[in-house]
Design a protein around this ligand. Structure first.
Ligand code: ADP
Ligand code: ZN
Length: 710
């Protein structure tokens, strides 16, 4: 039976190969074994039951806890020409009856139901008269009390299966890996643990980072500005924080939506829809948002505040990049948030769970402080034994310089001590910078020896520095009526000169994906179609499919079918509309080259001559010892332009040592990669190297080689 699987994947879904774990899961199900499939979010679990549903006679039942997810999944299936429907509490009585009537006639290949349905004896009777070969249990961890989202109605699933005359097979799917939960699922759904399909938990398209000791709002606004075309989620810890952040974003004219449990149902649904339909690019929410959100083109997830444990964090952050494209997960850390989470745990948990939850919170805090690979920290937290650094995360790619700031730290600490450790950040910063503020003089602080010792800096800058010291746990915060600063034991060592303090340069905000004019055009076409068909845009095509169109530039139906994510049905429905736009675009932009291709330009082509000799100016600055960023600033150029200049110089064999631009540890990697892939094209070389070795470095290295070979 399995021979049919790949052709179906191609013709319906438009994908050319199975992902890790999918084939194994499908084979197991088709061999008639009850199976559990554990894959991270975005791993491609749905295909594991959708393909068997197409192959097996009858109707596959999918149990899913989430109403919004069901609708999206069914929409997506209808889009590719597979008959499917759902039955849940969002339907009117008549509607549900009609669908059940059709279901009993065998109209659907897939029927999605909410678990609560299984509590109705009438519904079970209806199911009995159907031909059901397979029951797929999505979010299967909901069956277990050990999981993070226990749902009692999941307990009825096994009963239902026992009632069915032909005992359907079970496929349980989850992204939760803990062995305890897995065992529980297997026991309750009668799955032999040997039939476990489990893939690694690493998400290869996500890069994680933790930002500490920086102004969070400033970082956030810069980030949003730089990525304004992309969709993202910002998680905050409390409803109040969501409301506040939302207002701030609106003031900055950022098109945001919001979501938390304190809002009315109607408003919440409306906000969610605006986000799903790409009408608002940013969603500000508490952790109440996101379960069952299928939106695949989320490019970033920012945690404005610390989440309560690694499970929640990985689940929430994991909503980025379900389409497999590069995406970012950023956590903005501030030690005060640990207090908030402690408080929430205190309020919510019964006593028996409290210590376990505090323990989990501590691990979350450890994550924020590790200097090792963040992705590695996560997968080993989830029990993966063999791990290696990801090469993408904030820690793996950190090459910021360190500056010693021990003296400044001592100034702040002694000021805190002299003020009696009874005051907050702002007034301390004012004292240090010599503010004439009335409160400062009223308290007599202008007579302190530390008054004005940092007057060459602004109060805001000193405030940021205090935040940094808090993040380093050199200064602590006491939460009384007002938060007040005190010197921690570590801070005492700094004061006594026993410990030095280093500060890294601030993290620069990145753009998650480069601007590509064709991509923007196609995104608009997709939006137009989505509005017309009244479905979210990602149901029409994923961002990954649009990117592949940009790379392949299909101008005929055959070419369009080659695009990953284009099956026969979508070719029929949308092929012409997209092809026309692509053709028109190419006429208008004869020089267009997709962002992907531009990077892998063959080397043999002579470099384009830039007007004038500005690259020589760049060279001069470079030779005087400036970094690329400094040159860019000096000349008012983009960093990429400076890089192009330097490449030009390298290619023209102008005298300079360009290897200084490639970190030493990459040289042996480059050597190996070139030995394996040759020097003809860059892309194959790039693919053998860690993400952070840029095309720029590869080009430099290859030029360097060709020069020394001569
Ligand atoms: P999960 O349920 O595990 O979170 P999904 O089933 O929603 O993941 O799949 C995530 C994304 O990956 C979807 O956009 C899906 O279309 C895509 N996908 C699934 N399988 C493949 C495949 N074999 N090739 C390419 N893309 C795939
Ligand atoms: Zn890493």
């Amino acid at each position: 039976m399995f021979e049919q699987a790949l052709p179906l994947l191609e013709s319906y879904f438009g994908y050319h190969s199975f992902r890790n774990g999918q084939e194994q899961a499908i084979r197991s199900v088709l061999a008639g074994k009850n199976t559990i499939c554990v894959m991270p979010t975005g791993g491609g679990k749905s295909i594991c039951y959708q393909i068997p549903a197409l192959i097996l006679p009858g109707t596959t039942i999918v149990i899913s806890p989430l109403i919004s997810l069901m609708k999206d999944q069914v929409d997506a299936l209808l889009q590719i020409g597979i008959s499917a429907t759902f039955i849940n509490s969002s339907l009117r009585f008549n509607e549900a009856n009609e669908r059940m009537y059709e279901a009993k006639k065998g109209t659907y290949k897939l029927l999605y139901i909410a678990p609560e349905r299984l509590e109705s004896p009438d519904f079970i009777k209806d199911l009995k008269s159907m031909n059901i070969p397979l029951v797929a249990v999505d979010e299967a961890h909901c069956i277990s009390q050990w999981g993070h989202d226990f749902r009692p109605s999941y307990r009825h699933i096994q009963q239902m299966i026992d009632h069915m005359p032909q005992r359907p097979k079970v496929l349980a799917l989850t992204a939760t890996a803990t062995p305890l939960v897995r065992e529980d699922i297997c026991r309750q759904l009668d799955i032999d643990e040997r039939n476990t399909v489990i893939t690694g938990f690493e998400r290869e398209n996500l890069s994680f980072s933790v930002i500490k000791g920086q102004d969070r709002l400033k970082f956030l606004f810069e980030y949003l500005k730089k990525n304004e075309n992309e969709a993202g989620i910002i998680y905050a810890a409390t409803r109040k924080n969501v409301d506040l952040l939302y207002e701030r974003l609106r003031k900055e004219h950022i098109n945001a939506a919001k979501y938390h449990a304190g809002m009315g149902d109607v408003e919440r649904a409306r906000e969610q829809e605006r986000f799903l339909e790409d009408k608002a690019s940013v969603m500000v929410a508490t952790s109440a948002f996101g379960m069952g959100i299928d939106k695949s083109n989320i490019r970033y997830v920012i945690h404005f505040q610390l989440p309560k444990n690694m499970e929640s964090y990985y689940q929430e952050a994991g909503r980025a990049g379900r389409d497999g494209l590069a995406s970012e997960c950023i956590l903005l850390y501030s030690p005060q948030d640990v207090q908030i989470q402690r408080f929430l745990i205190d309020q919510a948990s019964d006593r028996s769970r409290k210590s376990a939850e505090l323990e989990k919170l501590q691990q979350m805090v450890d994550y924020c402080h590790t200097e090792n690979c963040l992705q590695e920290f996560i997968v080993s937290y989830f029990g993966e034994a063999e791990t290696k650094p990801c090469g993408r995360c904030g820690n793996c790619t950190d090459n910021r310089g360190k500056i010693e700031v021990t003296r400044e730290a001592q100034m702040v600490l002694s000021c805190v001590v002299r003020m009696g450790q009874r005051f907050g950040k702002n007034i301390t910063a004012q004292v240090l910078t010599g503010s004439k503020n009335k409160k400062v003089t009223d308290m007599g602080f202008h007579k302190l020896p530390t008054y004005g010792i940092m007057q060459n800096k602004g109060a805001k800058e000193v405030g940021d520095f205090i935040e940094f010291l808090i993040a380093q746990e050199i200064i602590g915060i006491e939460h009384g009526q007002f938060p007040t600063l005190f010197v921690t034991p570590k801070g005492k060592d700094v004061l006594l000169g026993k410990e030095q303090v280093f500060r890294r340069e601030t993290v620069q905000v990145k753009q998650v994906s480069k601007n590509d004019p064709l991509f923007e055009t196609l995104r608009e076409v997709r939006k137009r179609i989505a509005d017309r068909e009244n479905v979210p845009p990602f149901v029409i095509f994923s961002d990954a499919a649009l990117k592949d169109m940009c790379a392949k530039i299909p101008k005929t139906s055959e070419e369009f079918l080659q695009v990953s994510g284009v099956g026969e049905h979508k070719l029929q429905k949308y092929g012409q509309e997209f092809i026309q736009e692509i053709r028109a675009f190419c006429e208008e932009h004869p020089d267009y080259k997709s962002e992907l291709e531009a990077d892998s330009e063959p080397l043999k082509k002579p470099a384009k001559k830039t007007v004038g000799e500005s690259h020589l100016e760049t060279l001069k600055l470079y030779q005087s010892g400036l970094s690329i960023a400094e040159i860019a600033k000096e000349q008012g150029l983009a960093i990429s332009t400076v890089e192009t200049h330097l490449l030009q110089c390298a290619q023209q064999s102008l005298e300079a040592d360009f290897t200084r631009l490639i970190p030493d540890e990459y040289i042996p990697l480059l050597e190996n990669a070139v030995a394996e892939a040759g020097r003809e094209r860059l892309k194959p070389i790039k693919e053998l190297l860690p993400e952070e070795v840029s095309y720029f470095m590869i080009k430099l290295y290859v030029y360097h080689l060709s020069k020394t070979a001569r």
